[in-house]
Ligand binder design. Structure first.
Ligand code: PLP
Ligand code: ZN
Length: 501
């Protein structure tokens, strides 16, 4: 829609202008630092940072009603920079000029309601929000759009040049980093560190295809993370892990979209998502808090973070009901089909602790919960979901397994509506589906295949057929007719088709 066609009172807000005063704030000592430099941890005390707009209160001068109309009308614009996460510009990056924005199609992912069969099975109304429909097929694109737009902004302002962007990854971070980095080449080059054999072939192909330098290391993600941290301490590199607070800022868009998807009515809503490095749950809490503080949503939805028994440090932390007695202890991870969340020492734990406190306080009750599920439930629920119209990855299965568990524990009421994060596309993790169908899971996964969920292709090659077609060698005449007849007969037999004609 053209600017002149918007209602007059909204027109002035439709194209946002640079404003606000954005700083890094240390979660340990509270010190604030200018964003003119790339910072990941506090130079003073070493703790991680969050990004704050010191002039955030100016946003409260506009009514919640007006904000809702601004976002709804802004959706009708055709300006690419405002199509993705920066639709919520004032909340995500109010200092980044629109011409620095890198938009590759991220965000505005579909919300898909489960069919009646699935809702009956889960005992509650629910939707998947398919973040696997982002350009690199995971939610990580939301954070990378923010991080790379910011880097682009620094380059354009002349603060930095020739950036080497680097990250450790369980697969999806590197795919997203390499994709967004490649858009800014040659000024940005990307290098990714992956745990050898702990990412799927699909995920490995992504940074390779985007032209990044790919390094595989022995060990698990936590080991790669330590190496990346050592590199970023000693060398001039731009760290793209979720330690980078710009990533968190971009991922807040997930919450803003959910608010908008449900017409800003968050009553009786429950958001369910997997926890790995805990960046995403930090972002989701932070996003809802900002919309709540500005009156854009009327209540804070319940948030449920889900972890596998094989990688459950956050769950264990919250097992202790007395906040004063809680102590964070990293865990040693075991193999998990929710491989992108196979993290024993989440970098964002201090953010989680800070934001959970704030979230529960503002909600006036416990409103953030942590659930643990086993590997069997994760993959079974993934496969069941995908037999019912979804494209959930294993982590989407983890969200669904968490929904079922939370429902059985009474954390979710039958009148609630749940929105589940399927954080990546099913295809990225199809190898686990294959292992399930072929009953090839190594023992450590603790998964046995349910015969009812197994599916495999059937080769039809009737023994009596002397000749079959091959590439470049088509059959003709009687041979071909015989082939078609015999093969159809076999398929009809396999499907138990009755001759009705
Ligand atoms: C990164 C990732 C997660 C975990 O998110 P965190 O922000 O690390 O907690 C979950 N699912 C998928 C598919 C991911 O790529
Ligand atoms: Zn500090």
């Amino acid at each position: 829609m053209k600017i002149e066609d918007f209602p007059e009172d909204i027109r002035q807000y439709i194209i946002p202008t640079q404003e606000g005063k954005v700083v890094y704030r240390c979660l340990g000592c509270g010190m604030e630092y200018s964003i003119e430099k790339l910072l990941y941890t506090c130079p003073d005390c070493g703790q991680i940072l969050l990004i704050y707009d010191l002039e955030f209160d100016r946003l409260k001068k506009i009514s919640g009603e007006t904000w809702r109309r601004i976002f709804d009308y802004r959706k009708m614009l055709t300006i690419p920079a405002l199509k993705g996460i920066y639709l919520y510009y004032e909340f995500i990056g109010p200092v980044i000029p629109l011409d620095s924005v890198v938009y590759l199609g991220e965000g505005h992912t579909p919300v898909v309601e489960a069919n009646t069969y699935m809702q009956d099975k889960a005992g509650v109304r629910f939707y998947f929000k398919n973040d696997g429909q982002n350009p690199s097929a995971s939610f990580k694109d939301r954070g990378m759009a923010s991080a790379l737009s910011y880097i682009n902004f620094l380059i354009q302002k002349g603060h930095i040049s020739d950036v080497l962007a680097i990250c450790a990854s369980t697969g999806d971070t590197s795919a997203a980093a390499a994709l967004y980095g490649s858009f800014l080449q040659p000024r940005v080059k990307t290098a990714v560190l992956l745990p050898h054999k702990k990412v799927t072939p699909q995920q490995l192909s992504q940074p390779l295809g985007s032209g990044a330098s790919v390094f595989e290391l022995p060990g698990v993600f936590d080991d790669c993370m330590k190496v990346v941290e050592a590199l970023s301490d000693r060398y001039n590199v731009a760290l793209l892990n979720s330690k980078n607070a710009w990533r968190i800022l971009g991922q807040e868009s997930y919450s803003y979209e959910i608010a908008q998807d449900f017409e800003y009515n968050m009553d009786n809503k429950v958001i369910i998502l997997p926890i790995g490095n805990a960046g995403n749950i930090s972002a989701v809490m932070s996003g809802f808090l900002k919309f709540y503080e500005t009156g854009i949503i009327n209540s804070l939805p319940k948030i449920i973070g889900v972890q596998s028994k094989h990688a459950n440090p956050v769950y264990r932390y919250y097992l202790e009901p007395d906040a004063k007695k809680r102590k964070f202890v990293p865990v040693t991870v075991k193999p998990s089909v929710a491989q992108a969340a196979m993290i024993g020492n989440p970098v964002s734990m201090p953010r989680v602790i800070h934001l959970v406190n704030l979230y529960n306080k503002l909600a006036g009750k416990q409103n953030v919960f942590c659930i643990e599920v086993d590997e069997q439930a994760i993959i079974d629920w993934e496969l069941i979901a995908n037999r019912n119209g979804h494209i959930a990855c294993t982590h989407g299965g983890e969200s669904l397994a968490g929904l079922v568990k939370a429902r059985s524990q009474g954390i979710i009421d039958k009148n609630d509506t749940a929105i589940l994060d399927s954080t990546a596309h099913a295809l990225k993790f199809s190898g686990f589906q294959e292992m399930y169908y072929e009953k090839k899971f190594p023992k450590e996964f603790e998964i046995t295949s349910d015969p009812d969920l197994i599916n495999s292709p059937v080769l039809i090659h009737p023994k009596d057929l002397k000749k079959v077609p091959a590439p470049g060698k088509p059959l003709e005449g009687d041979d071909f007719e015989l082939f078609v007849r015999r093969v159809s007969e076999e398929i009809a037999k396999a499907l138990e088709l009755k001759n009705g004609k």
